[in-house]
Design a protein around this ligand. Structure first.
Ligand code: 5RP
Length: 218
């Protein structure tokens, strides 16, 4: 699996054009992208980056990538990130790495969103993996109860997100035919900041296979 992730990171970094502003996702696959991007920057690639998490920010800084505060850029050319599941319509479940809110802000602001996943994550319908939901601390148990009334049951993670919120990992009871409806229903509850359902945000999906094959779905 590490080889697949490394290949994906390299493949995505090779798509980054000179003088672009690049959004950095979060997670173990994106880590390889950041490392490959840093290597290209050491040679002759000139880019500016913004990050979806403290973790990716620190890694990029350590590797001497020019990372700026997200409020100091006026556009993002391309955002590269992993995902937990991607369906055949390019909708996604994201957030296992707890960065879903910042990831969604950067992805929705970017001209192009490239997602890098191994082949096991490309599915007909979303819903086998846990659905992370970011919830503000105030009244979080009440928000959880409200979600349960609507059929969404889950467990809180122990640690807070970079934004000081909690993540509730929801175990879905069935695969999702219409992820948008679930996103809207959950997001509509006061106390919910964001859901890990990313609808209509991805442009290109790069899928990695064990035999080193790389497939790009545009
Ligand atoms: C973090 C995310 C990650 O992109 C997602 O969890 C995939 O991570 P990994 O590449 O480690 O499997 O959404 O919030």
């Amino acid at each position: 699996m590490e080889n697949i992730k490394r290949n994906l990171g390299i493949a995505a970094s090779n798509l980054i054009e000179n003088n672009s502003i690049v959004g950095l996702g979060t997670g173990t696959t994106t880590k390889y992208f950041i490392e490959a991007l840093a290597k290209r920057c050491q040679k002759n690639l000139n880019i500016v980056a913004v990050s979806s998490s403290e973790e990716s920010f620190k890694l990029a800084k350590k590797l001497n990538i020019d990372v700026k505060n997200e409020n100091d850029v006026d556009h993002i050319d391309v955002y590269v990130d992993g995902a937990d599941e991607v369906d055949f319509s390019k909708n996604m479940i994201k957030g296992k790495g707890a960065a879903l809110l910042r990831e969604k802000i950067l992805a929705s602001f970017s001209k192009k969103v490239i997602i890098i996943i191994d082949h096991t994550k490309y599915v007909k319908n979303l819903g086998k993996v846990l659905l992370p939901v970011e919830i503000v601390p105030f009244g979080c148990k009440l928000t959880k109860m409200k979600l349960e009334k609507l059929g969404y049951f889950g467990e809180f993670r122990k640690s807070k997100t970079d934004n000081g919120n909690y993540i509730l990992d929801v175990k879905l009871t069935h695969l999702l035919d219409d992820p948008q409806i679930h996103h809207e229903t959950i997001k509509n509850i006061p106390g919910v900041v964001e859901t890990g359902l990313f609808i209509d945000l991805a442009d290109d999906i790069i899928i990695g296979y064990p035999d080193s094959k790389i497939e790009i779905i545009s």
